[in-house]
Design a protein around this ligand. Sequence first.
Ligand SMILES: Cc1cc2nc3c(=O)[nH]c(=O)nc-3n(C[C@H](O)[C@H](O)[C@H](O)COP(=O)(O)OP(=O)(O)OC[C@H]3O[C@@H](n4cnc5c(N)ncnc54)[C@H](O)[C@@H]3O)c2cc1C
Length: 455
Amino acid sequence: MAEIAHKGYAPTIWESLAGAPHPSLSFQGSFWHSVAPAGPAQMRLEGEDRTEIAIVGGGFLGLSTALHLAEAGHKVTLLEADEAGFGASGRNTGFVVPNLLTGLDPRYAKAKFGDEKGDLLVRMLGEGGELVFDLIRRHGIDCWGKQTGWMQPIHAANKVEWLKDRVKQWQDLGRPVKLLSREEAIAETGSEAYHGAFLDPTGGHLNPLAFVRGLAGAAVKAGVTLYSDSRANGIERKGAEWHLSTDRGTLVADRVLLTTNSTGGGLAPKAEGTQFPITLFQVATQQLDPELRKSVLPNDRCSADTRKDLIAYRWTDDNRIVTGGLLANPLGSVERGRTHHLGRLQALLPQLPELHAEFAWQGRLAAARDYMPRLMRLGDGAFSAIACNGRGIAMTTALGRKLALWLDGGSNEELPLPVTDPDPVLLPKLAPLAFSVWLPFSRRQDAKDLRGSAN
Ligand SMILES: Cc1cc2nc3c(=O)[nH]c(=O)nc-3n(C[C@H](O)[C@H](O)[C@H](O)COP(=O)(O)OP(=O)(O)OC[C@H]3O[C@@H](n4cnc5c(N)ncnc54)[C@H](O)[C@@H]3O)c2cc1C
């Protein structure tokens, strides 16, 4: 099979209202797609195949689990509905963030999962950046990977004490993070608007599609059978085996792990219903004068600030800036997706010339109601894992390795999260609207923080 025809995935209610997924904001329209090296050769599941462990979903989580399981000697087969990286993994901003979302700190993880598991989880995540860049080196993945550090600048002065506490919590775990002063934050970001910053030097950035395709290549080399264009549309227990059916074939497996994030399409409705799908817009600007790199992110770090409706930006190797985020109003969002986030960036960095979106695309992530990862039991030997929650590259890659150790015979005690039953949200069909409805409140809170700082 030379190249697959991208079919896309079923739109959420939010995306349908916006007339999306819009062809002009497609996977193929992304900047990453225009520059990423090809992934491994593609083949489709046709007829029946048998395996020991079936993984469904070829994003960072599924591929990291598959790679580490194959390296431990297991027979692993991965079903991907489209091509590896077609989901959030191939469309994101490429920030490697060894941290949880704003407001969720090691203390929060321990409160959620208990001291032991919470500690395992944050230690795993803290080491996630090191794991990602180690995999890049070990497998020679060509993905513009730069371990130059991840920054979280403070948008409002009244957040400084909170950030100090955040830095201390990670330092207490032995992580090499630090607090930047206002002057340092301004010099590092290029924006006078910031009051300080959290810096984790083990984070960084990469071309996410190139990284996920590189992971797929490494997994195939390690012995994983990877089927593309093979959406699993049914899962059934027959005797001691699991049968996963696709349009053209059946995969029979001893054990199954679903890693379908926000696009499972009803394969495991209760597990999928535990999360809120969130559509995000991304843009890459025109190529800019390289001189600007001396004042904007001069150390080539990536930056995502403390706003609830955060402003995130980074350079690409060919001197573009990639930014993006949420939009509150789905109607008319196709055009606004191109302009809204550039306008915010321009206000933050007035030294930039007029920006336009040479590439624009959208992607969908998913978040659980507590923004924490899940490992859900679907039946005897079948599980569904979700690790996204917006901060995904480090988290999903690192959790994939832990899941592989567990499926290789590790004990439940070694897992950094509990194994639970699916616990769907109320009215899951309406869940995609939740973040857009919530966004105006988030923006009001951001504005209030700024006013509070000015007083
Ligand atoms: C626009 C955007 C920007 C982001 N920016 C960042 C960032 O800068 N840094 C960061 O750390 N995180 C970021 N994230 C989050 C990050 O991308 C995700 O956390 C991560 O990619 C999730 O990986 P995953 O493997 O769980 O899911 P996905 O990458 O979504 O993979 C799921 C895969 O399953 C496949 N699939 C679904 N259903 C089926 C089925 N029934 N049968 C077979 N295959 C199926 C899909 O096609 C898909 O390839 C961003 C997300 C988005 C959308």
